[in-house]
Design a protein around this ligand. Structure first.
Ligand code: NAP
Ligand code: G3H
Length: 485
């Protein structure tokens, strides 16, 4: 990459502080190895808590001036960064392939989706407007007062993203925050931080003023708590596991939080569903990026009367999934780590011990888990409730839609659900009873398009993501009241 901002030397990547790419004074780094073959992808700085102070302070200083830059100029900068990212899409996608073992096609699509997200956000930022209210709507005030309500930035947003979308789920925090006039301290996932640093580099190259975006690397367990509870942070936008999200909500204090966490999305299949298209949606929903998506279909609740037929159509589709290396565009690629694969294996073993019927899979080579489908999964099995974040699909047979709704809602999670049926009235009735952020009718569960609201309830999150929603979450109302004489 022929960049002005030099963010790496050999395989050692630096962190972005106040417009400069810097190394940690501790001289410590984190080595990032590829989940595919264990090769070293690069080393990132292991910043210390003392250094974290500098990242927050610099952002805090820069934000004051940034907030005064006209919104159309802030938007232009985000557009410019998007254009640079588009130009460099192959390089960034190749890093994703190596660093998080996402196949090349999906890696490219993550990058181009991010480019679209950034352009859309830049435009939407100009359309977020305030309002004016007259006092005469409230009894006893007459027309004596007018409240002029505008949107103002929150200050410094701490953006923390997960390994599975280190470019997209970072930009989906950074771009709305910036366009709304905030500065950002960005902490990418450690496995994914090189991809995240490429994104930061793109903003640096676009000419973002020093300090408006600082990118700090290091293990969440070492610097995470410190950053989250730092008095200089005014808002946290976090995507990751429910465990870490809940921990953050306990220690963050009284600052706004946007939390997008885990899921256990159910696909409810009714007896009148189109089983061919339902199977396609389920297979794609369950197995893309080897099931490492918060919105993956993580259980099928099918009416008993059509369960055999569904399985007959679905299993040949699973057999066609290509298992192998991300650079060969395999559908199923090695999981992010050996410990992630160990956890998936635990859930598989538990289902086998409790007599679920294995239809396909339960084959493993190191951290590569072959696509696995179980029938007759019951509520006493861990697979019915836990999020594997791997290519394992439990099928649970239900007598009727009432039982499906009950099992769907008994989950601690509430991200999304799908309902497959030809009867739109039934679909709406079931949707109204599901305790989730979004119900998809006749489609797999998924986040996009990215201007739609993306909502997690229960252990799946707090607040609403999605372009306009994120900008609103990263700004607040400010009222000035004119008192007329
Ligand atoms: P994770 O382990 O929770 O990590 C997420 C981020 O939090 C990483 O950047 C991590 O840094 C950081 N972190 C760890 N401990 C922290 C602490 N004490 N304070 C602050 N930050 C801390 O999640 P993951 O394994 O990367 O991602 C998988 C999970 O994310 C799944 O549960 C998935 O469902 C969920 N997810 C949800 C959504 C959604 O939109 N609902 C989207 C994607 C993923 P390190 O990497 O340095 O540990
Ligand atoms: O992993 C969580 C992501 O927010 C899911 O996004 O549905 O576009 O894969 P996606």
């Amino acid at each position: 990459m022929d960049f002005k901002c030099i963010f790496k030397e050999g395989k050692v990547y630096k962190a972005l502080l106040n417009g400069e790419w810097v190394e940690s004074k501790s001289a410590k780094t984190e080595s990032i190895f590829s989940p595919v073959d264990g090769a070293l992808v690069g080393k990132v700085q292991a910043m210390t808590k003392e250094e974290a102070d500098l990242f927050v302070k610099s952002a805090s200083n820069a934000q004051k001036k940034w907030a005064t830059v006209p919104v159309n100029e802030r938007a232009d900068l985000v557009h410019k960064a998007a254009d640079i990212l588009y130009k460099e899409k192959e390089i960034v996608a190749d890093i994703l392939v190596e660093e998080i073992a996402k196949n090349k096609k999906s890696s490219l699509s993550e990058v181009t989706r991010t480019v679209d997200f950034m352009h859309f956000t830049a435009e939407e930022g100009k359309r977020v407007v305030g309002e004016s209210l007259s006092s005469d709507a409230f009894p006893g005030f007459g027309k004596g007062k007018v409240s002029i309500v505008s949107r103002v930035p929150l200050g410094v947003v701490l953006a923390i993203s997960p390994f599975n979308y280190p470019v997209n789920l970072s930009a989906s925090k950074i771009a709305p925050a910036l366009v709304a006039g905030n500065a950002v301290v960005f902490k990418p996932p450690t496995q994914g931080s090189i991809s995240g640093l490429y994104l930061a580099q793109v903003f640096c190259e676009a000419g973002l003023p020093a300090g408006v975006l600082n990118a700090i690397t290091g293990q969440g367990r070492d610097i995470g708590d410190y950053l989250v509870s730092h008095s200089g942070i005014n808002m946290i936008a976090f995507t990751g596991s429910s465990k870490v999200g809940k921990h953050i909500s306990k220690i963050a204090g009284m600052i706004p939080l946007l939390l997008e966490l885990g899921g256990k999305d159910a696909a409810i299949v009714l007896e009148d569903a189109d089983l061919e298209s339902t199977s396609k949606e389920i297979v794609s929903g369950a197995f893309s990026y080897s099931g490492q998506r918060c919105t993956a279909v993580k259980r099928v609740l099918v009416q008993d009367s059509v369960a055999d037929k569904l399985i007959e159509i679905l299993i040949p589709m699973v057999k066609k999934l290509k298992v192998g290396r991300p650079k060969d565009d395999a559908d199923i690629t090695p999981l992010i780590s050996t410990s992630a694969a160990d956890y998936v294996q635990e859930l598989i073993d538990d289902a086998i011990n409790k007599k679920a019927k294995l239809l396909i899979g339960n084959k493993r080579e190191k951290n590569l888990i072959y696509p696995t489908v179980f029938d007759n999964v019951s509520v006493d099995m861990r697979l019915a409730w836990e999020e594997p974040f791997g290519p394992v699909l439990p099928i649970m047979r239900v007598k009727n839609e009432g039982e499906a709704i009950k099992i769907a809602n008994d989950s601690e999670y509430g991200l999304q659900s799908s309902v497959f049926t030809r009867n739109i009235d039934r679909a709406f009735e079931i949707s109204s009873q599901l305790e989730v952020g979004t119900v998809q009718i006749n489609s797999k569960t998924e986040r996009g398009p990215d201007h739609f609201p993306f909502i997690g309830v229960k252990s799946s999150g707090m607040g609403t993501q999605g372009i306009r929603y994120s900008i609103e979450a990263m700004s607040r109302s400010k009222a000035v009241v004119i008192n007329l004489k």
